[in-house]
Each structure stands twice: as structure tokens, then as C-alpha cells.
Design a protein around this ligand. Structure first.
Ligand SMILES: [Zn+2]
Length: 240
């Protein structure tokens, strides 16, 4: 996880370290502005200028995720200014873009760019490792009455913490036949990402079975990885 420093960051008064054990949530914000006509450095400096003009001691967000995938440290793990009155329990991440007006933050095509989305997922994963109490990922609007981070912001997708990639695309294209839905119903978000296909094959081969409550016996992530390894090894030996 590469986190960049804001060049010549403006800090007008000492930042106060967060008490990490008090942190409850990571709140996602959008800028409500795209600044797409600027470089990343120009854009982050512009937002910093807005926040300093409000009388804040530094840019308000703890971390910032840009269209081009750059992740900046704002206040880092110091008290932020993203959510009034509760910043001692919140880490605020500010995403470049206006996701209330635009599906991808700066115009009407598609959705948040993969580059920005995947950088955001990597940051959230890194943050949850550093701050284990920050279990919940929420939108700013879940904490205060406003529209942030915007109606087009992929908040639910962020909550899955799954980066977009070729596996995801394949999954979207693949329509599961009705009778297989039940058969594979426990190959779900609890399964380590990228191992789902092999686990389905393991079910087909009868290596694992399942009951109404899930796989029997319950499989740990290590079990799943071992099964996947066996399936791959078995396939490698089967002549085509
Ligand atoms: Zn916000």
C-alpha cells in the first residue's frame, strides 16, 4: 500500500493523534467536486486550500483517493474533520469526484473508475488491518443527514472489499442455472476471493459436501486453500 504525502502540506496547528481503540467506523466521502481538469497534485492542493479557508488546521480527510489511483495521507491517524462532533471515532476517506451528479465522479459514463475503486479497496483493507476496531464501512450520510458520498457512489460495492478484476467480470457474465444455485449456495462471500471456481469443482467431484447450514464440516480458509490446491493438482494430471 503506497500512501503519498501531500506536497508542501499545510498544517496550521498541531494534529492530535487518534486513540485508535475508540475508532468505530471508516466513513467514505466524495468531494462533491471533480476537479478533473487538474493534475492530482493540483487537485489535492485545491481541496486543501478550501479546507484551510474554512478555518481548519489541515485538509479535513484522514486519507484521500484520487481518480488516478493515488492515495494521499491527509491527517493520517490524527483527528480528522470529516464528520462533525464524532471525529474521534471515525476515520474519514475523501474520494475525488462529484458522485451525486456524475456516475464516475466527473461525467456520465459508467461508474467509478476501476483505478480509483481498487485504490480505495486497498486503502480500506490496509486501514482495517491497522485499526481492527474500524469494522464498519459507512457513507458520511449514514452518520449525518446529507447526501455524501453521493447517489452514484459505489458504497455497497466498497463494503464487499473486493477489488474489480477479470474474475469479477467473468462472474458477472456467467448466469448460474437454477438447479445449481442451491448446490453452490455456500460458495459465497465467505470464500477467499478467486478460489470460488475450484471450490465449485470440488463440490462437483464430491470432495466436499454441504448441509443446510453450510459446508460440513465447517471449512476454514486454510481448508479451502488446500482443497483448491488438490483440485488444481488433479486437473493438471488429467490428459485433455
Ligand atoms: Zn462527506
Amino acid at each position: 500500500m503506497k500512501i503519498a504525502k501531500i506536497p508542501n502540506q499545510v498544517i496550521t496547528a498541531a494534529l492530535q493523534p487518534l486513540k485508535l481503540e475508540k475508532i468505530k467506523v471508516i466513513a467514505l466521502h466524495h468531494w462533491a467536486a471533480s476537479l478533473a481538469n487538474m493534475t492530482s497534485v493540483q487537485a489535492i492542493k485545491e481541496v486543501e486550500r478550501w479546507h484551510i479557508q474554512k478555518g481548519w488546521r489541515a485538509i479535513g480527510y484522514n486519507y484521500i483517493v484520487m481518480f488516478d489511483g493515488t492515495v494521499y495521507e491527509g491527517r493520517g491517524l490524527n483527528l480528522g474533520a470529516g464528520v462533525a462532533n464524532r471525529n474521534d471515532t471515525v476515520i474519514s476517506v475523501g474520494f475525488q469526484g462529484d458522485f451525486e451528479r456524475f456516475p464516475n465522479g466527473s461525467n456520465s459514463t459508467k461508474r467509478m473508475l476501476d483505478t480509483q475503486f481498487n485504490a480505495g479497496v486497498a486503502l480500506l483493507q490496509w486501514l482495517q488491518q491497522k485499526v481492527p476496531t474500524a469494522k464498519n464501512i459507512v457513507g458520511h450520510r449514514d452518520l449525518q443527514a446529507n447526501s455524501c458520498p453521493g447517489r452514484f457512489f459505489p458504497l455497497d460495492e466498497f463494503k464487499t472489499l473486493r477489488p474489480r478484476g477479470s474474475n469479477d467480470n467473468k462472474k458477472e457474465d456467467f448466469i448460474m442455472p437454477e438447479d445449481l444455485v442451491r448446490k453452490y449456495q455456500f460458495v459465497d462471500s465467505n470464500i477467499p476471493h478467486g478460489l470460488e471456481n475450484e471450490l465449485r469443482e470440488a463440490i462437483d467431484l464430491g470432495i466436499v459436501s454441504y448441509g443446510d447450514q453450510g459446508f460440513a464440516p465447517m471449512l476454514s480458509e486454510r481448508d479451502v486453500r488446500t482443497i483448491v490446491w488438490c483440485v488444481r493438482a488433479a486437473k493438471a494430471k488429467i490428459p485433455k
